[in-house]
Design a protein around this ligand. Sequence first.
Ligand code: UD2
Length: 333
Amino acid sequence: MARILVTGCAGFIGSWIAETLIARGSVVCGLDNFETGKRANIAHLLSGSASGRFEFIECDLRDPGAAARACQGVDIIFHQAALPSVPRSVKDPRTSHTANIDGTFNLLEGARAAGVQRIVYAASSSAYGNQAGFPRVETMLPMPIAPYPVQKVTGELYMQSYWQVYGLETVCLRYFNIFGPRQVPDSPYSGVMARFILQMMRGERPTIFGDGHHARDFTYIENAVSANLLALEAPAEKVAGRVFNVACGQSHTLNHIFRILADLLDFKQPPVYAPPRAGDIRMSLADISAAREAFGYDPQVGLEEGLRRTVAWYREQFALASPQPVEKGNCAC
Ligand code: UD2
C-alpha cells in the first residue's frame, strides 16, 4: 500500500484530505508545525478507529533535515502546509516567504532524495492577479500582486521544474477561495466566510472591504478534496508538471455572500464598509475545464449548500463552546 504524507495536516484543508484518505482505507502520515494548524483538527484521527492508520509528525518544513526525514519511505505527498493569507504576507512577507518558499523547496529536496513518486501541491488562484480576461484559464501568464501569490507561484515553478528535471510527478491545484468547516474564523487573517459567520453569530457587524462588488469563485471544501484525490489517481501523462484551477466556475460578490449568510443566521444589521485591502484582487472566476478533462473533476457541492453545511458546523461549535443555561420550564427531567 502506498505511504501518503499530508503536510499541514492539522490545517483546514490538510485535515480534510487526511481524514478522507483514512476513511477510504489509506494509511496516512500527517505533518504540521501548528503555526496556524489546530490540534483539535486531528484529535479524532489520533484516537478511535482511525488511530491505527494515522501517524503524526510535529515538524517545521523550514528545517531541511526534518523535511527530508518526513519524506523517508513516502510514495505520495499532498503538500498543504503554508502560511496562507494575502494580508498576512503584506504585513510580514519574510515569515510567509520562509514558510511558503523555503518550506516547499525543502520538501521537494526531501522528496527527490527519498524517491517520492508524486506531489499534489496547494497552489493559489491569486496567481492570476488583476489582469484582464475572465474566466481565468491556466494558460494565462501569472501576474501575482502581493507576496503571498508570488510565493505560491514560485512553488508552482519549482514543482514544474522537479517534474521536468528529476521526473518527480508534480501536480499543482490552484485553489479558488476554499471554504467550509474547520476554517479558522477568529484571526485577522481568516477567510471571509468563516469570519462573517462568526461575527454574525456573535451579533457583530461584519466589515466588507471595498464596495461589496469584489467577487470570488468560492469553492466548498469537499470539491477541493475531491480534486486532490482525483489528481492522485490520474495517470502521469495527464497531470504531471501541470497546473489546474480548482473552483466551481461561478463568481459571487461579497454583498451577495453577506445576504445569504445574514438569511441563514437571521442577522438583521447591515455590514460596515471599509476601504479595500492592499494587495487584494478584485474578482476571480475560473475555467475548470482543464481539471474536468484531465482527471474528471466535477464539483458536487454548490455555494448555497456549502454555506448551509458550513453555518451548521459553526453553530454546533459555537453551542459547544458556550453552553446555554437551561431555562426554567424547559427542563425535561
Ligand atoms: C484567499 C485565500 C488565499 C488564496 C486566495 C486565492 C484565505 C484566508 N485566503 O484569499 O490563501 O488562496 O484566496 O484567491 O482563504 N474580506 C472582507 N471582509 C473580511 C475579510 C475579507 O470584505 O472581514 C474580503 C477581502 O477583502 C477579499 C475577499 O473578502 O476581497 C476574500 O478575502 P479572503 O481573505 O477570504 O480571501 P482572499 O481572496 O484574499
